[in-house]
Design a binder for this molecule. Structure first.
Ligand SMILES: [Zn+2]
Length: 457
């Protein structure tokens, strides 16, 4: 056992200390008042149990949840059941909703003692593939704890974030303090692919009445108020198949694809000129990632293909209008067919994920920033989320103000030897718990009550 492990175990067995701190706070019954927020914070933070959070992280990492439709039983189910059981044991009202066969969302509510705002903690159970396990220093699902780091697929992205959120709610519940409002945990499926989990969550009405959300993705505990948008674009050029020895008998779509790609580069340069560089997110980009010709069937050197296909990975920053950008891409194609009437091209945006931006003066942003000061003893460090997450849809579809903050190095997810620093996990749990206290304290009133409100006290 390392020294760090020992320290965490000792921390885990000091209920007497927590009890002393809490009795002062509890002696003032009633709803949260600003004058008691300090005492409440001390009490709740003294109930954060590092041993529990580390253990839960490791149990979750050890529960493989790589989704693979080709392998029976390779879903998020076991990890979701583990989370559901844990939350039931804490006394939360737990809902397990199947999004697709073997792929359940877990939604749980912890109801405070008085009505107030609803704060959502959001995470996902799916993890990306471990690749070749032989390339890992420790087996990818052994959840090895070495020198203050937990290793394994999903340790950072994002089972430690889930464990920290559960640990924060557990601390609130164990504190026995009066709490104004409700905390909802959403532990969803399929974030790494089509985000079916969060879409189902929103369509089922769970986002209604949520006043603010913390997305527990690995952002090294930075306060991320902005996030890149994304568009996935497919362009299909249709020519006429012919023998390579008689090119005049056909129409080759490949030069059109090349021309389009060249024009995309100029459009990207214009976007960068217009929108500049975001301090946290960098520049918008239009990146051709797949070029296929022939679009179907086996390639053959002496055959002009009937069709060519180009896929573009578009990433945007706040300020970029996706509709206008789509129109600009279509205009490139129209200009091409004006010059050459034989050009036949079809463009489809098959996935559209808007960028998000949460103003720093919203209650959730302020609560999290203040929580960094009070629970982590440091000024908040602001950052940006480079990829799309479930938070994209919570913000864009459900209009929920979101802050993304969670343990784990931003660049470690999806890599071999993924790990998370235990200190960061515990700091995240402290920030989450403090955010809940501060959000409740500073939020004047809840929005219209949505699904789950029938349980409100
Ligand atoms: Zn993630």
């Amino acid at each position: 056992m390392s020294m760090l492990n020992l320290v965490y175990l000792i921390f885990a067995f000091i209920p007497a200390r927590a009890e002393n701190i809490c009795s002062a706070a509890r002696d003032r019954p009633g709803v949260a008042r600003l004058s008691t927020v300090d005492e409440q914070l001390k009490c709740v933070l003294s109930n954060i149990d590092p041993g529990y959070i580390i253990d839960l992280t490791r149990r979750l990492v050890a529960t493989r949840s790589v989704y693979d439709p080709a392998v029976p039983g390779a879903t998020e189910e076991a990890a979701a059941r583990l989370v559901a059981a844990e939350l039931s044991a804490l006394g939360l009202a737990v809902h397990v909703e199947e999004v697709a066969p073997g792929r359940p969302n877990v939604i749980a509510d912890w109801q405070g003692s008085a009505p107030g705002p609803t704060l959502l903690f959001e995470g996902h159970t799916d993890v990306v593939t471990e690749g070749n396990p032989a390339r890992w220093t420790y087996p990818p699902f052994s959840a090895e704890l070495v020198d203050g780091r937990i290793y394994g697929r999903g340790s950072a992205d994002m089972k430690s974030g889930i464990a920290a959120a559960v640990g924060a709610v557990r601390a609130l519940a164990r504190s026995g303090l009066p709490y104004r409002g409700r905390i909802r945990l959403a532990v969803l499926v399929d974030e790494e692919d089509l985000m079916l989990g969060v879409k189902h969550f929103i369509r089922s009405g769970w986002a209604k009445g949520v006043d603010g959300a913390i997305v527990c993705e690995p952002e090294q505990n930075e306060v991320c108020l902005i996030q890149k948008g994304a568009m996935r674009v497919r362009v299909e050029f249709t020519g006429v198949m012919a023998h390579g020895a008689m090119p005049q008998a056909g129409v080759n779509p490949i030069p059109w694809a090349a021309e389009f790609i060249q024009a995309l580069g100029r459009l990207e340069a214009r976007l960068v000129q217009e929108h500049g560089e975001n301090v946290h997110l960098g520049r918008p980009s239009l990146t051709p990632t797949i070029v296929q010709a022939p679009a179907e069937g086996p390639p053959q050197l002496n055959v002009i293909p009937a069709a060519a296909r180009v896929f573009v990975d578009v990433r945007t920053i706040p300020g970029v209008d996706h509709r206008r950008l789509e129109a600009d891409m279509r205009a490139i194609l129209s200009a091409m067919s004006e010059r050459d009437p034989r050009v036949r091209a079809e463009l489809e945006v098959f996935e559209d994920r808007p960028w998000t931006e949460t103003p720093p003066d919203t209650p959730i942003a302020q609560a999290v920033a203040e929580a960094c000061r009070r629970a982590a003893g440091r000024e908040p460090v602001y950052g940006g989320v480079p990829g799309a997450t479930d938070g994209t849809f919570l913000s864009a579809w459900a209009g929920i103000p979101i802050v993304t903050l969670g343990p784990g190095d931003r660049y470690i997810p999806h890599q071999v030897d993924e790990y998370v620093e235990v200190d960061q996990v515990i700091e995240a749990a402290r920030i989450y718990a403090a955010s809940a206290v501060l959000f409740s304290a500073r939020h004047p009133e809840s929005r219209a009550l949505g699904r789950g409100a029938e349980q409100a006290g």
